[in-house]
Ligand binder design. Sequence first.
Ligand code: BV8
Length: 236
Amino acid sequence: MRNGNIVILTGAGISAESGLQTFRAADGLWEGHKVEDVATPQAFERDPALVHAFYDARRERAAAVEPNAAHRALADLEAAWSGEFLLVTQNVDALHERAGSRTLIHMHGELNRGWCLACGERFAWEGAMGEQVPCPSCTDVGQVRPDIVWFGEMPYEMERIETALRGCDLFVSIGTSGAVYPAAGFVQTAKYCGARTLEINLDPSMGSIFFDEHRHGPATVEVPQWVKEMLSSLRA
Ligand code: BV8
């Protein structure tokens, strides 16, 4: 498929071999809390200290690990691809950009960004946030939250994503369980609009039936192999 338009969706599974916990594996709990119970505006309202501790721990962990061969292979494919290429990640870590990906959307936000509820500004953030930090923009104290899309909140850049899904020739889902919407519905939009669909995952996801092709195995094995085949098709 030379020069077609590609949309790739990634989830926690692509960062697993870098050492970051996934959500729904056995280890998918954090300090005994289900993510769905911590990653919500209600949880933040009820117990901001707990939610800040959850994200401070993940921000620290994500800064301490490295991108893996799957992240790097996607960056190589993007650099070599002459058709349109969009990488949409559900992940809030920065491993894709650190591996060199450029055309990237963090639809569920980023650990390395903050959002001030007093003035509405969003900004880069490193290190612990906690409850009593001043906003770097309006200096208001105690109104800064992680710039993360919680359950019940609208994911970012949905218009741009939907347009890319409707216009793509190939949709590839990597390392996601297909448990969370709207991301889990992207394959159906792409398929309905005529794209070929490929799932690369450790095991079949909840949306497996919607995919034309499946490659099941660890991302650091399956993604570089798939990218190698895509790049050799460019030289053919
Ligand atoms: C929305 C940021 C509407 C947080 C995340 C009731 C009220 C409100 C909404 C709902 C509701 N009921 C249902 C919904 C919709 C809800 C939803 O889908 N809920 C689910 C639980 C049913 N969705 C939402 O709320 C979304 N918003 O609907 O807004 C709206 C409309 C108009 C106006 C306003 C609002 C927002 C969802 C975003 C939530 N935030 N993340 C954070 O990160 O802390 S979601 C969170 O789970 C992650 O970000 C990730 O995106 C998502 C899915 O997880 P995965 O990435 O797939 O990870 P998982 O562990 O599940 O799977 C890993 C996979 O990798 C596995 O399949 C495994 O086999 C594989 N794997 C493991 N190791 C490897 C591997 N593969 C390859 N190699 C390996 N080595």
